[in-house]
Design a binder for this molecule. Structure first.
Ligand SMILES: Nc1ncnc2c1ncn2[C@@H]1O[C@H](COP(=O)(O)OP(=O)(O)OP(=O)(O)O)[C@@H](O)[C@H]1O
Ligand SMILES: [Mg+2]
Length: 319
């Protein structure tokens, strides 16, 4: 049966086939009492509706969810499309994002435009170099790494033809949950150890009026642990990240890392990223700390940009 949906009502209109079946049924019960005809007709209509619903459920495009405003890129392989479609949606609350300083969501704060510029330059630089993996770190704590990571990711989600992955890799503090107003999330450690699958950890942004796309996959961390460096050293972590990249084919992967000078987590994570965005806290970070952090990260991991955060002049960057 091919029932078309009426534009005026959600109820499917009957096509020729369905109408014929209905008339046939009515003809068979001609002469029966009106109530019986009504009952049988209602039963048949319910059957037809059920068939329609079943068909709609199986033929619906995979990303046709309330958040499916974003055009799936033409070059997206079907299997990648299908994997993204299985990621659950995270409810988007504009007021809460505003409160948590996710300024690229509502764009009411003029500082958001600095992130748009950073986004454009970042995507360009990654494409030029053939890189995808960006470590976001700072010399010391509290400079705004997570603030930069989430704002950059959110503004990247507005690029229809760019898939972005954001992972909370600050295993000791799990700082991204707060920005998204999330109270609970699975432990990223379980994912990196290969104990639980990708679909359990990554989510996309749900329906929203902010034009935020669902081509951003976010993996939060709901459990702090103190063995981050050891975990990052394990071959399994590399395998899991490689598998994730193969599965989701993102153009940009942002890792929200801990401070580079605090523990050896960032050094341990070196094999897993291509380049660095160094967040410098205005009035917090000294030039010597930046030099030391850069030295520790090593010359083979280029500093793609320096984000000057919490400064009097708005977020600046350099390449
Ligand atoms: N540009 C900014 N303006 C005002 N507040 C900011 C700004 N950037 C960050 N903050 C605030 O500063 C605090 C630290 O920010 P954030 O958690 O992003 O830093 P971090 O470098 O990730 O810290 P940590 O080292 O603890 O992971 C937060 O309360 C955040 O809301
Ligand atoms: Mg942080």
């Amino acid at each position: 049966m091919n029932a078309e949906t009426s534009s005026r009502s959600a109820r499917p209109r009957l096509d020729g086939d369905a109408k014929a079946r209905l008339m046939e049924e009515i003809a068979r019960i001609e002469g029966a009492a009106t109530t019986e005809i009504e009952a049988r007709t209602a039963k048949l209509m319910a059957q037809i509706d059920a068939e329609h619903s079943a068909r709609a459920a199986t033929s619906r495009p995979l990303l046709e969810t309330p958040a499916a405003r974003v055009q799936i890129p033409h070059n997206m392989p079907p299997e990648v499309y299908s994997r993204w479609s299985r990621l659950p949606h995270l409810p988007v609350n504009a007021a809460s994002l505003d409160r948590q300083l996710v300024i690229t969501a509502s764009r009411t704060d003029p500082a958001h435009s600095a992130f748009d510029v950073l986004r454009t330059r970042l995507v360009q630089a990654l494409a030029d170099k053939g890189w995808t993996r960006v470590a976001i770190t700072s010399p010391t704590a509290g400079c705004g790494k997570s603030f930069t990571a989430i704002n950059l990711a959110i503004t990247l989600s507005r690029y229809d033809d760019c898939r972005t992955v954001l992972m909370d890799m600050d295993m000791r503090k799990h700082g991204l949950m707060r920005y998204l107003g999330v109270k609970d999330a699975p432990a990223i450690g379980d994912y990196l150890r290969g104990l639980s699958p990708l679909e359990n950890h990554f989510c996309r942004l749900g329906a929203n009026a902010l034009q935020l796309g669902d081509n951003l996959a976010i993996a939060l961390n709901g459990r702090a642990e103190s063995y981050a460096a050891e975990l990052f050293h394990q071959a399994k972590t590399g395998d899991v990240l490689d598998e994730m990249e193969e599965a989701l084919e993102p153009e940009v992967i942002l890792f929200d890392l801990p401070p580079a000078l605090a523990q050896d987590d960032v050094i341990a994570f070196r094999p897993h990223f291509d380049c660095v965005l160094m967040v410098v806290g205005g009035g917090i970070t000294t030039a010597e700390e930046v030099r030391e952090a850069t030295r520790r990260i090593g010359e083979d991991k280029p500093i793609l940009g320096v984000v000057l955060n919490k400064a009097e002049i708005e977020g600046q960057y350099a390449y």
